[in-house]
Design a protein around this ligand. Structure first.
Ligand SMILES: O=C[C@H](O)[C@H](O)COP(=O)(O)O
Ligand SMILES: C=C(OP(=O)(O)O)C(=O)O
Length: 469
């Protein structure tokens, strides 16, 4: 790892999906303010996530990464953040029980404000305006003022992320994450949702495990608090660069805008500015791999970002689509693993499965989401590699954005609560159902865990003691 390149050096490299600001002085003034603000996350926390991801890569833990497609400034409310957190913690508890390994919890949260769009402009009734690129860059309203690329929004990302992180930290350490309440949310889903009862056995298993622990007097802090990490796509070069700070312990650059940063499918060019920035920060880096990615692409980017093969440094987030996962994934995994690398492999079953309905909604089918997850598990099972986790776009709200799932949302239902600022998210029940399905996969014996705890040997029998009959 070399030292952090200057912003102008970075910006001299090819960079896709960047805002087009009209006033360079205004941008410079905003960046000066950002550089003077305190870090949002701390280097020690980032190191701890890297260690956690290293244990996932060894097959000793599983990852749940999830949250909004696009966070909005308006969405920074206690209710919205707590509901999102609640669904993530519920999902994680079911998966932990089933996988019998720790689940590393990472939100798409506190920084997921910028979106790469397919088209630079949007046309409505003959009027053409710049596309909405996320609250980080412009507003969603279809007016020339709202759609202007506004650098002042970079400061608003910072403050919104700080407020969100503050809430998340308070929630996960202040009783909200207590395993007993988390479980009661799951039990409620299993008992009171249409079709949720097929998961009752699993929910009851967790209930018995909790009762057993309680009877044994287990009352440790780990039952009441959790570690929760924040991640987002590192799309905006100016923002990520301004939030990168030199850690006083190691003298090395850490991007303090989030614990884990990922490079999107559209900006992972080897000679591009995004790879150059990520190469020089110490954070664990996610790399999205879509259907056009080859094994050689994956190996090349791994070599560039992680020449020293540091455990936990890189995570491949594959999103090739339900219809192609069984065909495309094996070559990518084999190509990477045969170099001796052991990255973390995560499945994003959302981004390869988007389609438009006849009534004009961008949606995803719950069946496709499950099918891509199943394909991911099957391929890893066949290759003997560890399916390290899932990356999901979800919300804690009862929105109607993806079709299918326990509530059998149909295309005609989408108009009821279609609220996403960009791509369709799983709603609360769809998210919990996915967690229960993954839990079944993790516990049905087809997935071998390599991190099983050794069973302790029985204590030695004292010489002269009576032996059992
Ligand atoms: O989240 C991913 C992309 O930003 C999103 O799918 C792009 O959506 P679009 O094709 O509507 O621009
Ligand atoms: C843009 C995203 O995904 P991808 O880069 O995989 O398309 C995203 O996860 O928000």
């Amino acid at each position: 790892m070399s030292s952090l390149p200057s912003l102008s050096a970075l910006k001299s490299l090819p960079a896709k999906h960047q805002p087009d600001y009209a006033d360079a002085d205004e941008v410079a003034a905003v960046l000066d303010k950002l550089r003077a603000l305190p870090p949002l996350v701390f280097a020690g926390e980032v190191d701890s996530l890297r260690d956690n991801l290293a244990s996932v890569a060894r097959g000793e833990a599983f990852v749940l990464q999830g949250g909004d497609c696009a966070e909005t400034f308006e969405g920074v409310t206690a209710d919205n953040v707590s509901r999102k957190l609640r669904v993530l913690l519920s999902m994680a508890s079911v998966m932990t029980y089933a996988a019998q390994v720790p689940v590393v919890k990472i939100g798409r949260i506190a920084g997921q404000y910028a979106k790469p769009r397919s088209k630079p402009t949007e046309v409505r009734d003959g009027v053409e305006l710049p596309s909405y690129l996320g609250d980080a860059i412009n507003g969603i309203d279809f007016t020339p003022e709202a759609r202007r690329h506004d650098p002042a929004r970079l400061l608003e990302i910072y403050h919104s992320s700080a407020a969100t992180l503050n809430l998340v930290r308070a929630f996960v350490t202040g009783g909200f994450a207590d395993l007993r309440s988390v479980h009661s949310w799951n039990a409620n889903f299993a008992r009171h949702t249409n079709a949720g009862e097929k998961y009752l056995q699993l929910a009851e298993g967790i209930e018995s495990a909790l009762a057993f622990m309680e009877a044994c007097g287990v009352d440790d802090a780990s039952l009441r608090t959790v570690d929760f990490f924040a991640s987002h796509e590192g799309l905006l070069l100016e923002y990520e660069h301004a939030l990168t700070r030199i850690d006083s312990r190691s003298d090395l650059p850490y991007d303090t805008s989030g614990h884990m940063i990922w490079i999107g499918e559209r900006t992972r060019q080897l000679d591009g500015a995004h790879v150059e920035l990520m190469r020089n920060i110490r954070n664990p880096i996610g790399i999205k791999l879509g259907p056009t990615a080859s094994a050689a692409d994956a190996v090349a980017i791994a070599d560039r970002l992680d020449p020293e093969r540091e455990p936990g440094r890189i995570t491949f987030i594959t999103r090739v689509g339900a219809s192609q996962v069984r065909e495309l994934l094996p070559a990518i995994i084999e190509g990477v693993e045969k170099t001796g690398r052991k990255p973390t492999w995560i499945c994003d079953p959302m981004h390869g499965n988007t389609f438009a309905t006849s009534n004009g909604y961008k949606t995803r089918s719950f069946t496709d989401v499950v099918e891509e997850v199943n394909g991911f598990f099957d391929v890893h099972h066949q290759l003997g590699t560890w399916p390290g986790g899932v990356h999901v776009e979800l919300t804690g709200e009862d929105v109607t954005e993806c079709v299918g799932g326990v509530d059998e949302i149909d295309e005609v239902d989408l108009s009821q609560r279609y609220e996403t600022a960009c791509d369709p998210r799983l709603n609360r029940n769809q998210s919990l159902e996915l967690a229960f399905l993954i839990a079944q996969r993790l516990s049905d014996g087809r997935i071998e865990r390599s991190g099983k705890l050794p069973v302790p040997a029985p204590p030695p029998v004292a010489v002269g003691a009576n032996l059992p009959d």
